[in-house]
Design a protein around this ligand. Structure first.
Ligand code: GLU
Length: 504
């Protein structure tokens, strides 16, 4: 059903991601953005970015800037929206206030909406009463049939009304008995969904301050922006019947809906701060690569036919379909993301990886200024197999930058005084004879020591490793040797030979 270029009305596919800039881009929202983006790209459709910024108390420009930045970082470019314009703008709801007023007034004049003067305290009290009786907190319709005179009186007192949508003005259009009417739709992920109209009281579409409520603005925007498919989090499922009614009231086409399951933490509760990083910004700062994050997000609720997990964007576009999106909640597993990140780190173009790793080295006070780019690339290449995130990059780079990494006694991992001394002695002798020690030369030397001494594995490698790095683990030995170069390797071996002389 979703592999179509057009919706049921033959229009080009248009989807939107509509974040509210009240915080950083949450992992769940990023997944919503990704699925919309993939759906658009797969179907040659358009991906629209709309900023839902009418909650003036909570919205911050800084959050909007960050959301845009993080979407770009993840490669989720938009075809219309802030920064790139489009034919259906403006794309910030704060710039569309008058459009919502116009549509709300239209509903008023058609008798599908009415002015409500009920004070907030009274509404709150009634809401609580309903809840305490176990009833849904529906508006009781007090202002629905106010006379013209009542309205004038309220207005004379300077009371600013909100505008409420009259649910029953539409439900009978469905040929369903008002209040017993059902609102049904086919969710592209969850299948047939049915809601009881009687649970929905007349709801506010325009607040008394003249600002549109979420449901109303979303419906007006989706219609005017010609959105064909609304793909969003399951937390919006209960809004959908309201939005369907509003669409009907205004004579708009109803888009197709797809609600994505929630994302849970390892303990199966809703993913939150308690579970660690929950925003794209945090993941970026911890040194996850955008490709890995996007690939991981793809698996949060979607799976490929053959179970393939590592799937770069290009293949994801080809393979994505809403049919394979799961109804069950997805569990965010940081260990899996780390594994995936290490795989992308291993395969990333080394120049690009070095570029990305540089700020992380700088953060760890490793000065890379003036360092030869090629040499730095070699270092990053040597350590990339040992790390899962870029923030771990300094774990082994010290062995190249620090002047003399002398391990403090006891010299863990090696028992000096026997075979280990012999290995080191031979190694130094052979290196001294070489002009330079590229990887293949280092490899050849190690093999020849193996033949000569009959030692292998740890017994062979550990003395060399500890002597030249001061550590018992790390990147491949031949790579370390080649990067350090003849002079530094010999210097370090000399130093360790000097120091253990006093220990044994
Ligand atoms: N602004 C809403 C949110 O961030 C978007 C809801 C929707 O996609 O309709 O949750």
């Amino acid at each position: 059903m979703d592999n179509q270029r057009h919706n049921n009305h033959g229009e080009l596919i248009r989807v939107r991601f509509a974040p509210s800039p009240t915080g950083h881009l949450h992992i769940g929202n990023a997944r919503t953005a990704l699925f919309n983006w993939l759906f658009a790209r797969k179907n040659n459709g358009s991906f629209i970015l709309r900023i839902e910024d009418t909650d003036f108390d909570r919205v911050k420009k800084e959050y909007e800037d960050n959301i845009l930045k993080d979407l770009k970082w993840a490669g989720l470019n938009w075809d219309e929206g802030p920064g790139c314009g489009g034919n259906y703008g403006p794309y910030r709801q704060s710039e569309r206030i008058n459009i919502y007023k116009e549509y709300a007034n239209k509903l008023l004049s058609e008798g599908k909406a009415y002015k409500c003067f009920c004070p907030e305290e009274e509404l709150e009290k009634k809401r609580k009463e309903s809840l305490s009786k176990g009833l849904p907190p529906r508006y009781d319709g007090k202002c629905r049939y106010l006379s013209g005179e009542d309205i004038i009186n309220y207005e004379k007192q300077g009371i600013k009304p909100s505008i409420r949508f009259e649910v029953e003005s539409v439900l009978p259009f469905n040929d369903l008995k008002a209040h017993d009417g059902l609102i049904e739709f086919e969710d592209m992920v969850r299948g047939k969904m049915t809601f009881k109209g009687s649970d929905i009281g007349d709801f506010v579409i325009l607040r008394s301050d003249g600002v549109s409520a979420y449901n109303f603005a979303a419906v007006v925007d989706d219609a005017l922006m010609k959105i064909t498919h609304v793909i969003r989090g399951e937390d919006h499922l209960s809004n959908t019947p309201r939005q369907i009614l509003l669409n009907q009231a205004m004579g708009f086409d109803i888009p197709c809906f797809a609600h994505l399951s929630m994302i849970l933490g390892y303990d199966k509760t809703l993913l939150s701060k308690r579970h660690g990083a929950t925003s794209v910004k945090e993941l970026k700062e911890e040194g996850y690569l955008p490709e890995a994050v996007v690939n991981y997000l793809l698996l949060l609720g979607w799976s490929s036919k053959n179970g393939r997990e590592i799937m770069p964007m290009f293949d994801a576009i080809k393979n994505f379909s809403l049919e394979r999106v799961s109804k069950s909640p997805a569990v965010f597993d940081i260990k899996k993301l780390r594994w995936m990140n290490s795989s992308y780190i291993k395969n990333k173009d080394i120049t690009e990886l070095t570029e990305l790793a540089s700020p992380f080295l700088a953060k760890k006070c490793i000065s890379i200024e003036g360092i030869d780019k090629n040499w730095l690339c070699k270092i990053v290449d040597a350590v990339r197999d040992n790390i899962q995130t870029l923030s771990e990059i300094d774990k082994y780079t010290g062995i190249f930058f620090d002047e003399l990494p002398v391990p403090s006694p006891p010299l863990k991992g090696v028992e000096w005084g026997g075979e280990a001394d012999e290995v080191l002695k031979l190694f130094k002798e052979k290196i001294e004879k070489e002009e330079n020690i590229a990887e293949d030369v280092a490899d050849k030397i190690i093999r020849s020591i193996k033949e000569k001494t009959g030692l292998k594995g740890k017994k062979l490698m550990m003395p060399i490793r500890v002597a030249i790095t001061g550590k018992t683990e790390g990147p491949e030995l031949k790579k370390i040797v080649a990067i350090l170069g003849k002079e530094r390797v010999i210097k370090r071996i000399n130093l360790i030979q000097e120091s253990y002389k006093y220990l044994i």
